[in-house]
Design a protein around this ligand. Structure first.
Ligand code: 6PG
Length: 231
């Protein structure tokens, strides 16, 4: 958990969702260009950022891609975060990165344990996170026991929102280890959660409020609609 005194959070407000996606795509391309490692977010919001990143930079050969969470569905299921990343990013690249997907064909606890082992000793350059209207991020939901896990980097999780399928998610220690933690949220439906996550006191009822880069920087990229209650 972070201590206010140590952590700097930069809040970047872009005019619209497209500009916010473009800002994130630039950060992704910088990591890929530097042969770095990135944790990608799921959900719908980052799709445009992935498309723009693929269009801007097609050789990700030296990069490593991890997932912040996934839904325990087959990799070609429309609810799969692996499918999102494949369709929006990987399929457009000339040289693909090394991709570390959650083995969602396994039972959730086994998939999480395998991912926990794979992540040990990995240095994460950029961790991209979304924000749910309830303040969740990755598959860390309000009031969940997963928020208190300190000894594992990945765990199974119960869904708090659609899609109501079992999840696998990185834990707070794994996410806050990112050298650069970047949140992306757009739209007025995210404004209340953004206020709770980035302006109010940290709370277990707003998981995104609990995650900041432990040793690096944290950037929050919002469009004006999502930032409406922050100013
Ligand atoms: C997931 C995500 C999740 C997502 C938020 C926001 O797998 O669902 O990792 O944390 O970032 O739910 O989702 P939207 O971008 O679709 O609003």
């Amino acid at each position: 958990m972070w201590d206010d005194a140590e952590v700097s959070v930069e809040i970047v407000v872009m005019p619209d969702a497209e500009a916010a996606a473009r800002a994130v795509s630039k950060l992704l391309v910088d990591v890929a260009d530097a042969d770095g490692s990135v944790v990608l977010a799921g959900g719908s919001t980052p799709r445009r950022a992935y498309e723009l990143a693929a269009a801007a930079h097609s050789d990700w050969g030296g990069a490593e891609v991890w997932f912040g969470d996934d839904r325990c569905v087959p990799a070609d299921d429309p609810r799969s975060n692996q499918l999102l990343v494949r369709e929006a990013l990987l399929e457009w690249l000339v040289v693909r990165p090394t991709v570390h997907s959650f083995p969602t064909d396994l039972p959730a606890a086994e998939a999480a344990a395998a991912y926990d082992a794979a992540l040990r000793d990995e240095l994460l350059d950029l961790v991209l996170l979304g924000l749910g209207p309830d303040g969740h991020t990755a598959s860390l939901f309000p009031g969940s026991d997963t928020l208190d896990v300190r000894d594992r980097l990945a765990v199974a999780a119960e869904p708090g929102l659609e899609p109501f399928v079992e999840r696998v998610t990185l834990t707070i220690p794994a996410l806050e280890a990112g050298a650069h933690v970047v949140f992306l949220a757009v739209g007025e439906e995210k404004a209340a959660a953004a206020r709770r996550a980035f302006a109010d006191e940290p709370s277990h009822m707003t998981p995104a409020s609990l995650i900041r880069s432990r040793h690096g920087t944290t950037t929050v990229i919002l469009d004006e609609a999502a930032a409406a209650l922050l100013v």
